[in-house]
Design a protein around this ligand. Structure first.
Ligand SMILES: NC(=O)c1ccc[n+]([C@@H]2O[C@H](COP(=O)([O-])OP(=O)(O)OC[C@H]3O[C@@H](n4cnc5c(N)ncnc54)[C@H](O)[C@@H]3O)[C@@H](O)[C@H]2O)c1
Length: 383
């Protein structure tokens, strides 16, 4: 099968990600079936898709005729067999639990046409494990969208142990057709590309809390002038629980160095999870915190964070997870709002400067994950 043969896409799970993925596929011209386990979840997903299109229409980004035509290609329901029996490409976006995903994939294998490609929007689970529940592991790919899926451009297209090149090519072509930017992840590896490059920053923040200084506000004040949201503020925004789970996952699958510090766990134990509870590193009860820039620490600056990102990005090349430095940059720019990726930054700042910053961090916190890689020391990777 080729991407041109794909006419109908089924999206399984109509939640935060599923509805956005379905909306993107509709805008790419596909017939879309949205499926969830209960009519009320399906209806909520459909209403969220309509809301998004209403906004596009109001802003003049979608004509009334295009609005009606696009929505006319959407069907929805709770019957899995009916949803997938004539689908050519299926994207699963059910909750992040291995056993649940495996049972969904076993059913997809049973009901979907034999040529259909089965894609999972998992954030972390191994694609090879999910594929093992099917009789067509060569047709199973990871398909990692970013939130909100309707707006964010990056889709990581992940190869499991048995995934065929043809399935990866179909995933990439469809991503381009729905106006996304696909980046191939050559093997199942923790955090794929985007989350892996960012995770050492989480480990650093956790260690800074353990050290007791600088205070989150002093650290953030030093970063804020060059970042839309400073690092501790961002964790508060996303949820301290989410950050802790991310670190625990990386500690379990990649390195014990990621284990969240007691100081970080304390916030969680006290129920101070950030914005959603009104209190985290900051008080959110009166809205977004105002960070006093005059409190900026002199111990850290943004080049420390860039050094961590570049170092981790070089590991993805050394471990043969990503195709090229250019593609890693593409993923990092399009998975967030950053204007430049780590390798472009390394080239403009210079590897020797970043290496010095990384060595400073490694001296302060002698963790293996902060150790400069061979490529980092040589400074040889160019885009
Ligand atoms: N939320 C994010 O920021 C984000 C980003 C990237 C990837 N992801 C991944 O996307 C997946 C979905 O996450 P989400 O945030 O959309 O979750 P969500 O809880 O918002 O939505 C999941 C939906 O799946 C439905 N569901 C449960 N079992 C089902 C089944 N057997 N068949 C069909 N539908 C079923 C639920 O009723 C729910 O509506 C997860 O694997 C998650 O890790 C999430």
């Amino acid at each position: 099968m080729k991407a041109e043969d794909v006419k109908k896409i089924a999206v399984i799970g109509a939640g935060d990600m599923g509805h956005g993925i379905a909306a993107s596929c509709l805008m790419g011209g596909y017939e879309v079936v949205l499926r969830d386990i209960d009519r009320k979840f399906v209806d909520k997903g459909v209403a969220r898709i309509k809301d998004s299109f209403d906004k596009f229409k109001e802003k003049g980004k979608m004509t009334p005729a295009a609005y009606a035509e696009t929505l006319s290609r959407l069907t929805s329901g709770v019957d899995l067999q009916a949803a997938v029996q004539s689908a050519d490409f299926i994207v699963e976006a059910v909750p992040e639990k291995l056993e649940l995903k495996k049972s969904v994939f076993a059913d997809l294998d049973k009901f979907a046409p034999p040529q259909a490609v089965l894609a999972s929007n998992t954030s972390n689970i191994s694609i090879s494990d999910i594929a093992s529940a099917t009789s067509r592991p060569e047709k199973v790919i990871g398909y990692h969208f970013f939130n909100p899926a309707i707006l964010m451009k990056l889709v990581e297209v992940i190869k499991g142990k048995k995934t065929s090149d043809e399935s990866i090519a179909i995933g990439c072509d469809i991503a381009r057709k729905i106006n996304k930017i696909p980046v191939v992840v050559k093997k199942d590896s923790p955090g794929f590309i985007f989350n892996r490059v960012n995770e050492p920053t989480g480990a650093l923040l956790s260690k800074i809390l353990e050290a007791g200084r600088p205070a989150p506000e002093e650290f953030d004040a030093a970063m804020k002038p060059v970042m839309p949201m400073a690092p501790f503020e961002l964790i508060d925004y996303v949820g301290i629980d989410v950050a802790v789970h991310g670190l625990e996952y990386f500690a379990a699958v990649l390195s014990g160095d990621y284990k969240p510090s007691e100081a970080l766990m304390d916030y969680m134990k006290k129920g101070n999870l950030g914005k959603k509870t009104g209190k985290g590193f900051y008080d959110w009860s009166l809205g977004r915190p105002k960070i006093d820039l005059s409190k900026a620490t002199k111990e850290y600056d943004v080049t420390h964070l860039i050094a961590l990102q570049v170092n981790e990005a070089t590991k993805l090349l050394e471990e043969d997870v990503a195709n090229s430095p250019k593609e890693i940059d593409l993923a990092m720019v399009n998975g967030s709002g950053s204007p430049a990726g780590p390798f472009a930054l390394a080239q403009s700042i210079g590897y020797p400067v970043l290496l010095k910053k990384l060595e400073e961090l490694h001296k302060r916190f002698p963790l293996d994950i902060f150790k400069p890689t061979k490529s980092m020391m040589e400074g040889s990777i160019k885009i």
